[in-house]
Each structure stands twice: as C-alpha cells, then as structure tokens.
Design a binder for this molecule. Sequence first.
Ligand SMILES: [Fe+2]
Ligand SMILES: [Fe+2]
Length: 188
Amino acid sequence: MSFFWESYCKARALAAGASFEETAQYMEHIEDLLTTAQLQSLDGIEHHKDTSLLTHVRCVSYVAYLLCARFGGDCKITSRGGLLHDLYYYDWHDFSDKSHRFHGFRHPTSALKNAQALLGELDKRTANCIKRHMFPFTPLPPVYREAVWVSVADKICASYDVLISRFPRLRRRFEADTKKLKKSATRR
Ligand SMILES: [Fe+2]
Ligand SMILES: [Fe+2]
C-alpha cells in the first residue's frame, strides 16, 4: 500500500474504533478534544457521501499527524489542528439556509471562531491550521509546517472520500484494506 492510501485506510479504521499500537501517542494528543460534545456533534453531519464530518476531521487529523511525524513539525499541534479544521455545525449541502452560502470561503473563519469558543485563545500555529486549510481555494497559503500538513491531509482525505464513493472497484479495495488493517489491530 502507498503511504497516502495506507494512512487514509488506517485513519478510517481508527475513526471506526480500531486501535493500533503505534497510534497510542497520537491518541494521547487528541483524546480530550475528541471526546468533547462539540466534536462528537460532527458525527451527525454529512460531509462527503458516506462520510460524516467527524470521520473526515479524524482522518485529516491522523494523516496530518503522520505527515508531521515523517517530515517535521509539532505533532500535537498538527493532530489537534486537523481535528479542529472543519469545526462547523451545519450541513454545507443544505442550500436553503443563506448563511451557508460561500461555504468554501467562509467556513475556515466559522471553524476558528468555534474552536476559540471551545478552547479559548489558540496559539498562532493551531489557528493557522484552521484558517488556511482551504488553500489554494482561498488565496492565502498556510504559514507554518503544521498548517501545511493539515491542508495537504485535507486534500488527500477529501479526494479519497469522493473517489471511493464514485468508483465501486476502489470502494472494494478500500473495504478489503481497511478490514486487513482492523484485523492486524486486534491481533496486537
Ligand atoms: Fe474545510
Ligand atoms: Fe476538511
């Protein structure tokens, strides 16, 4: 399996409740945040087809953590920034609500406000992970390495989410690889 594909499959397995020996450190970084009512409320919101917003932010957080562990940066900030990057509480497909207009441009600001409401003032790197994750869709690029990993992980996870929902063969491969990973997790 390629690094990106395996990271994505493992992130999805983690989001579905599997635990792996090598993910213990990662879980320590995010556990307190993941169990908040605000994060858990994302479970009921559809993000991409067959993927809730909670599954998405968990995937982005873990893939960004792996990129950070491999290429450098603060892994705790990256993991938490990934979890917070889409902290908004609505279904962006619901166009009947005018406040959802221009979602692609506006939701990083909403997510930052919600993250500040949850955690108080954020350090500049965590704030940057949230505010700049939509680059290049939004014009300003991430400034810190941690924010780069979150932005890259967001593209990886969103692309795979869409691809596996559209291509049954890839979906089957995803299911087989995730099952394999889950089995290896329970054997440890
Ligand atoms: Fe986003
Ligand atoms: Fe996202």
